[in-house]
Ligand binder design. Structure first.
Ligand code: GLN
Length: 246
């Protein structure tokens, strides 16, 4: 039995859980368990005290504007702790609403809301929503990899000098104009991709796990190959379908 383990923090699953975002947590858990690693998942719901102490990987999903505001208000109270987690290389995956609120500002029904300013990005409201399937190419793992997902947002996010998670091949991405999708800063991955993202992109899931292991143990762990036939088929199906619909 492999003695190494990771602790996952799932923030506000009661408020932010659109389009199967929880599937990302299941993927991370299972890919650890299948390889004999330990995993503990700590869930923080609305109004429960939040601590980043001992967490290796934090997940923040997407949700409606109302839920996004509630989460943002709560997270403002923990901003310094979250900043410490991020600056120390903690892995943070934030999807859609969760991604937007990490920036300087985002808009909700015309109002400008102050985000956590963990990332130097901002989000404006657009007139129409970007809804549909997305394919991007990312190089965060060194070599180019195609990632598939689903987006539904009215926000247009501008990432300034930050590196994008990837370049849009099909879909709208950050703002429908500059071809970028998501953002990467240290071990923060901000993205518009629901879907859920990780079950269909297992290489990305493993990359995030490895980043968390490296931070925790100071060295990479051996991640043996898994029988990813179903995952690879889902990925290939989505890729084929999405690329041919645009
Ligand atoms: N406020 C977000 C938007 O731009 C919420 C979208 C989401 O999380 N799916 O629409």
């Amino acid at each position: 039995m492999e003695h190494r383990s990771l602790t996952i923090g799932h923030l506000f699953p009661d408020l932010l859980n659109l389009y199967g975002d929880r599937g990302n947590i299941l993927t991370l858990q299972n890919r650890l368990l299948w390889r004999g690693f330990g995993v503990e998942t700590v869930t923080f719901e609305k109004d429960t005290p939040l601590s980043f102490e001992g967490l290796d990987l934090v997940f923040l999903g997407g949700g409606s504007d109302r839920e996004q505001l509630l989460v943002c208000q709560q997270l403002h109270r923990y901003r310094e702790e979250l900043a410490k987690f991020v600056e120390s290389g903690g892995v943070l995956v934030a999807v859609c609403s969760g991604y937007q609120l990490l920036g300087r500002t985002f808009q909700s029904h015309g109002e400008i809301i102050e985000g956590l300013s963990l990332l130097d990005i901002y989000t404006e409201e657009g007139e129409n929503r970007f809804i549909g399937n997305v394919v991007i190419t990312t190089e965060i793992m060194g070599t180019p990899l195609q990632i598939v997902g689903f987006e539904n947002h009215s926000g247009r996010t501008y990432i300034g000098n930050h590196a994008p998670f990837g370049q849009v091949i099909s879909g709208s991405g950050n703002n429908g104009a500059d071809g970028t999708c998501g953002v990467v800063y240290k071990n923060v991955l901000g993205t518009y991709l629901h879907g859920p993202l990780l079950p269909k992109n297992p290489q990305l899931a493993d990359y995030l796990l490895q980043q968390a292991f490296m931070r925790k143990y100071g060295e990479p762990v051996g991640l043996i190959s898994l029988h990813d036939r179903a995952e690879q088929e889902a990925h290939a199906y989505a890729l084929n379908r999405f690329l041919h619909q645009s």
